[in-house]
Design a protein around this ligand. Structure first.
Ligand SMILES: Nc1ncnc2c1ncn2[C@@H]1O[C@H](COP(=O)(O)OP(=O)(O)OP(=O)(O)O)[C@@H](O)[C@H]1O
Ligand SMILES: [Mg+2]
Length: 406
């Protein structure tokens, strides 16, 4: 059992290494990673040798039993035959001894087999337990009774929501969040890293359940919706976006399996992805490598936005999804969303104040709380954090600002 647990660790090390091979190389950590691998291999080697030594003991022991029984049988049998003399009715005959030995052999052989099976059973039990553990795991997020199967509109309301990832955490990640957003509004979310912006929006498609309070979408608690309905209605472009190996078309159809080619192109135009896709020799049939490693970071982000748009969602959440896109393209994407998706509620998380400047409502998050909320003009007046972020970012883009810094 210990061997199998160590195997897990070995697999983890190998997987982590292969995924992060570029990082390992750039930090010149091949030696370190190799010794980590060697250390775990050595543990497996030691455990296996110990286990095999015990198993190896099994065979000679069984054979010892076998031969001792044969000798005993022969000795007792011989005595029996001699004692019976020439009268077979009194004791054992030679033929009977021969069959006795054959039977004993068969029984002992079966016992030997049984002991080998016993070892196998122990090994497979260790594996089976690990499989069953995963199969038996039930998700904390389950549909309620009579789930709602349609989202009426894209309004979102946080009713005194608190949330922590772990029940044991002493400080909640989100505390007492109260916001009310009308359907069709654009909401910008700004805040320092770690201020729980991603955690806040993850509660809308119910990737997690709140610890306290309720999140309402279209006027109903998210826990009352059918999970599939909810997640189809809420499209989210995650901060850490992922593409799968396959063509661009296949990747886009994750958003909507039945989308026509025209719909794909329209979504890509909105996400400003059509331009670079058309520049590829195979256009929409270009093959994407595993993890999207053959397109640039900004291209990957735009493909992920297009994939989300294809869902034709009621609510669209972009979690820092244009961080690798240049400012001009970023503003074109926002203009496109505003013009073509007027009824979709849009949440835009960004590090750049310019990305949220024209939103109907901007939330400034600080340490798991909403520090301030309002429009760009209101926040410039009243919110010191927003003013500071806006000023520092704008100064940097002005030419005389460069002189200041210098
Ligand atoms: N899966 C998780 N399990 C436990 N804690 C988490 C998890 N994800 C985030 N946290 C914690 O929650 C807090 C808020 O994280 P969150 O990702 O929401 O911040 P953020 O505002 O999105 O930051 P960033 O701008 O860097 O994306 C952090 O302190 C982080 O350590
Ligand atoms: Mg985040």
């Amino acid at each position: 059992m210990r061997v199998f647990n160590t195997y897990d660790k070995l697999n983890n090390v190998v997987e982590e290494n292969l995924r992060g091979i570029r990082v390992v190389k750039s930090f010149h950590r091949e030696g370190h990673e190799e010794s980590k691998f060697n250390h775990i291999s050595q543990l497996i080697f030691n455990d296996f040798t110990r286990a095999e030594k015990r198993i190896a003991f099994n065979m000679p022991l069984m054979q010892l039993c076998l031969y001792v029984s044969m000798i005993l049988l022969s000795w007792l049998g011989a005595k029996g035959i001699v004692a019976s003399g020439n009268n077979p009715d009194l004791g054992l005959s030679t033929g009977e001894l021969a069959s006795l030995i054959t039977y004993a052999m068969q029984i002992l052989m079966s016992l030997m087999m049984l002991s080998m099976i016993f070892v196998m059973v122990i090994i497979s039990r260790a594996s089976a337990e690990r499989i069953v553990e995963i199969l038996d795991e039930t998700s904390d997020l389950q549909n309620g009774e009579n789930p709602i199967t349609a989202i009426p509109d894209g309004s979102v309301c946080f009713e005194d929501v608190s949330f922590s990832y772990s029940r044991k955490a002493d400080k909640p990640v989100l505390s007492h969040i109260k916001i009310n957003i009308q359907s069709g509004e654009t909401v910008g979310i700004l805040g320092a890293t770690g201020s729980s912006k991603s955690s806040l929006v993850q509660l809308i498609p119910r990737l997690y359940d709140t610890t306290d309070g309720r999140v309402l979408v279209g006027g109903s608690d998210v826990r009352d919706y059918d999970l599939e309905t909810l997640r189809n209605g809420v499209a989210m472009v995650l901060q850490k976006n992922v593409l799968f190996s396959g063509t661009i078309k296949e990747n886009l159809r994750w958003g909507n399996e039945t989308a026509t080619d025209e719909e794909l192109i329209e979504a890509c135009r909105l996400a400003q992805a059509d331009g670079f896709i058309q520049s590829f020799p195979n256009k929409y049939d270009t093959h994407i490598e595993q993890g999207g490693s053959n397109v640039s970071g900004g291209q990957r982000q735009r493909l992920c936005i297009a994939r989300a748009l294809l869902k034709k969602p009621k609510i669209l959440i972009l979690d820092d999804s244009t961080s690798a896109v240049d400012t001009k393209t970023d503003s074109e994407i926002r203009a496109g969303l505003r013009a073509y998706l007027p009824d979709t509620t849009k949440f835009i998380i960004a590090q750049r104040a310019a990305s949220v400047q024209d939103a109907d409502k901007i939330l400034v998050m600080d340490d798991g709380k909403i520090y301030a909320a309002g429009t760009h003009e209101e926040l410039l007046e009243t919110c010191d954090i927003y003013r500071e972020v806006y000023r520092s970012q704008n100064r940097m883009t002005e030419p005389e600002g460069g002189a200041d810094h210098a």
